[in-house]
Design a protein around this ligand. Structure first.
Ligand code: ACO
Ligand code: OAA
Length: 385
């Protein structure tokens, strides 16, 4: 028999699990139908035929762009791709022992402090700030990976789309089409996911009427943790702990991975890349990202990675029935593309900037300070002396 909450036994929802805190028109996560809609469109349909630029436009404006609108929007994005020399000099002061997420977070903050409309918070200024951040973040992520390898900044190319240019600025060479396609899909899938922890962080910060860059800087902090975005990096650490040997057969790799997972679960370990707060029967985005991972495995001829992937997934499913989340296929996909493991979560940032800033604007459209209550369980009132 359940008892009604009282002042002494309040109905606390730990982690706000299951609590609906507001409306959003940006995306719909439906665990029953295992679907994800961006402004009404299934994300799988968008990933199959649209560029990340078109999806970013959709998330911000509510509708897909016309040809003319897209041309103006992509021209704007291409014009904002260069790394601001001041931001670069700040990055250069950070040690290469600093986590790339710290570099990203610092860069977002510096960009905010330098933005000509820093203190303006009308819808036009916020959209301008969102597009500027989105356009410039690939340069930050790409340069940070390069400087850690002792390589210099690569200038952006305005003849390339967002994804091809991102890869160009990171690796200094043209990426093959299957790689560009897989990267584009990952950017689309990561762009938005309702009231996840980092987006909620952005909305909390916005609800105090702080500026958009403060909201994004805080959201980057929230994304860093391994229970959220940091899981794509953590997935790769699992693969690395298992040991990656390109000469191994997929079958042998799968058998080793299964045994590893059985041991990890027997030791009550939490294995990153599995489980989700909302989806309990599988993450709606995984089949699409897995198809992109398959294409990359084919492109690079690396079936042993598929063996590791399948072995871990199968053992987790058999033991606990817990399904992978988006970070599971994204980790090995970014590895195959050539990104260094600590840079995986900044790639998530580059994409999620779109969702975060769409939520910042939505929050401001009907703002109410976000300030829940707590139940006190500290010492009874007491007095000094
Ligand atoms: C893009 C994203 O941000 S997706 C999420 C990325 N995060 C991860 O991959 C981190 C690993 N996963 C997890 O920690 C969790 O599944 C979360 C945080 C994502 C969701 O957690 P919650 O909804 O709070 O579920 P909770 O952590 O309570 O898990 C329920 C049960 O499943 C188990 N479980 C959940 N995920 C995992 C996992 N990855 N490995 C092992 N066991 C797990 C828990 O131990 C718990 O078991 P118990 O009931 O025996 O104690
Ligand atoms: O929705 C969540 O809790 C986490 C997630 O998958 C995301 O932010 O993409």
């Amino acid at each position: 028999m359940s008892t009604a909450p009282t002042e002494s036994t309040p109905d606390i929802k730990k982690g706000l699990a299951g609590v609906v805190v507001d409306y959003t028109a940006i995306s719909k996560v439906n665990p029953e139908s295992n679907s994800l809609l961006y402004r009404g469109y299934p994300v799988q349909e968008l990933a199959a035929s649209k560029s990340f630029e078109e999806v970013a436009y959709l998330l911000w404006h509510g509708e897909l762009p016309t040809q003319e609108e897209l041309a103006a929007f992509t021209a704007r994005e291409r014009a904002g791709r260069s790394l601001d020399p001041v931001v670069k000099s700040v990055i250069d002061t950070l040690p290469t022992t600093a986590h790339p997420m710290d570099v990203c977070r610092t860069a977002a903050s510096v960009m905010g402090a330098r933005h000509p409309q820093a203190e303006e918070s009308n819808p036009e200024a916020n959209l301008a700030k969102a597009i500027d951040l989105w356009a410039a973040m690939p340069a930050v992520v790409a340069y940070d990976q390069r400087r850690r390898r002792g390589e210099g900044l690569v200038d952006p190319r305005s003849d390339l789309g967002y994804s091809a240019n991102f890869l160009w600025m990171t690796f200094g060479e043209d990426a093959a089409q299957p790689v560009v396609d897989a990267f584009n899909v990952s950017m689309i899938l990561y762009a938005e996911h309702s009231f996840n922890a980092s987006t909620f962080t952005a909305r909390v910060i916005t609800s105090t009427l702080a500026d958009l860059h403060s909201a994004v800087t805080g959201a980057i902090g929230a994304l860093k943790g391994p229970l959220h975005g940091g899981a794509n990096e953590a997935v790769m650490h699992t693969f690395e702990e298992l040991g990656i040997d390109p000469s191994e057969s997929a079958e042998d790799a799968a058998a080793r991975a299964k045994a590893w997972m059985e041991d990890a679960l027997a030791a009550k370990k939490k294995v990153m890349g599995f489980g989700h707060r909302v989806y309990k029967h599988g993450d709606s985005r995984v089949p699409t990202m897995k198809a992109s991972l398959d294409a990359l495995i084919e492109h690079y001829g690396r079936p042993e990675l598929l063996g590791l992937y399948n072995g871990l997934e199968q053992a987790m499913d058999e033991a606990k029935g817990i399904k992978p989340n988006l970070d599971y296929p994204s980790g090995p996909a970014y590895h195959l593309m050539g990104f260094d493991t600590p840079v995986f979560t900044p790639l998530f940032v580059a994409s999620r900037i779109v969702g975060w800033t769409a939520h910042v604007m939505e929050q401001l459209g009907s703002n109410s300070l976000i300030r829940p209550l707590s139940a006190y369980n500290g010492p009874e009132e007491r007095h000094l002396g």
